[in-house]
Structures are given as structure tokens and as C-alpha cells.
Design a protein around this ligand. Structure first.
Ligand code: GRF
Length: 194
């Protein structure tokens, strides 16, 4: 059975999609660990409910200990490596991972991003796409899952899908549609990579 490590920062709805796919046997894999960078990430409760081991590696704690980003990445890599994952899935993980982490899991780290390849990298991608539509600059946005390269929200694309924006779309409506696509694509991407 292939082993996944899932890294989260918040709600964990993409993690939930993976948990549901494993439980319903749509995904032939095991979630070996869920790691959050903050203790209040709701996804931790989702993991605990599913009986999955969880760990919090809080950046603030590392800095308080006198460490820096390199130390954080090393500590995180150690926690993840202890669970011997075949694949590391960044599912709403809101920290940029440096080469210290990426070198340890070469070609085994993937990320979901709520925009099309090359468009709207970084935070608030859905809000920025909605605003760009309002300004007449784009007609669609989308979702991609990609291998993680040292740049933000870039790297070889595994799957992507466009999501049209409707003239009467509120930001909430667009967000909901994008999340639905994400939950399908993240399972699809993990299955393809495995
Ligand atoms: C998703 O839209 C993901 O693409 C983005 O952050 C959001 C996380 O959602 N990077 P969730 O925590 O999986 O519900």
C-alpha cells in the first residue's frame, strides 16, 4: 500500500476528499500522517476523526527556539520522513518549502493550487481571478495539481481543469465551484502519480 503524507494549514477540505477516497477504496493508498503548520488547522480534527496520526510543526515555535527557516524545513522533513511516505501532498499548505525540504523528497512533493498553470500564483488566487474577471482581463480560472519546484505554485503540471467565471458569480459562488473541482482533481492527481 502506497503511503501519503498530507500537509495542511487550514480547513482541510482537500484532505477530506483524500480521506473519503481512501475510505471508499477509490484511492488505493494509506494516509500515513497529516502535518499542520498551525495547531488551529481544522483539518487536524478531520484526520483525528479518521484515525490518522497528526503532528503540528509550528514555525513560530522553531523561531522561538532560536531556529530559522532552514531549521524549520529540516524539522518538518524529519517528521514527514519518519512516516516513510511515497508521496507528500500539499493540500492547502500555506508555507513555501525550501530546497532543504524538497531535496529530501525529490520528485515526490505535489501541490494543489486554485488557478490555471501560470496564472495567479501565491495567496488569494480565487479572489484575484474574480477581480480580474470583473476588470475584463480573464474569462476563466481553474485548478491545477503540480509537482513542487522551488518557485511558488509552479512546476510540472499533473492535472489541470479550467473553471469558467459567470458574469453574475459572487466570490463565494466561484470559490464553491473551484473547491468542488479541487476535491475531484486532488484525488485524480494522487491516483495518477501513484
Ligand atoms: C485550497 O483552495 C487550496 O488550493 C489552497 O488553499 C485552499 C485550502 O483549502 N492552496 P482546504 O484547507 O483544503 O479546505
Amino acid at each position: 500500500m502506497k503511503r501519503l503524507a498530507v500537509l495542511i494549514s487550514g480547513n482541510g477540505s482537500n484532505l477530506q476528499a483524500l480521506i473519503d477516497a481512501v475510505e471508499s477504496r477509490q484511492l488505493d493508498a494509506e494516509i500515513a500522517v497529516v502535518v499542520a503548520n498551525r495547531a488551529d488547522a481544522y483539518g487536524l480534527a478531520r484526520a483525528e476523526r479518521a484515525g490518522i496520526p497528526t503532528t503540528v510543526v509550528d514555525l513560530r515555535t522553531v523561531i522561538t527556539d532560536g531556529g530559522d527557516r532552514g531549521d524549520y524545513d529540516r524539522r518538518l522533513a524529519g517528521v514527514v520522513a519518519a512516516h516513510v511516505p511515497d508521496l507528500v501532498v500539499l493540500a492547502g499548505w500555506m508555507l513555501i518549502l525550501g530546497s532543504v525540504f524538497l531535496a529530501r523528497f525529490q520528485d515526490r512533493v505535489i501541490n494543489i493550487h486554485p488557478a490555471l498553470p501560470g496564472a495567479f500564483p501565491g495567496v488569494d488566487a480565487i479572489r484575484r481571478a474574480h477581480a480580474a474577471f470583473g476588470a475584463g482581463n480573464v474569462g476563466e480560472t481553474g485548478v491545477m495539481v503540480h509537482y513542487v519546484a522551488p518557485e511558488v505554485d509552479a512546476g510540472p503540471v499533473i492535472v489541470s481543469e479550467s473553471v469558467p467565471i459567470q458574469p453574475d458569480d459572487t466570490l463565494d459562488a466561484l470559490e464553491a465551484r473551484i473547491h468542488d473541482v479541487e476535491h475531484r482533481l486532488i484525488v485524480d492527481a494522487v491516483r495518477r502519480v501513484l
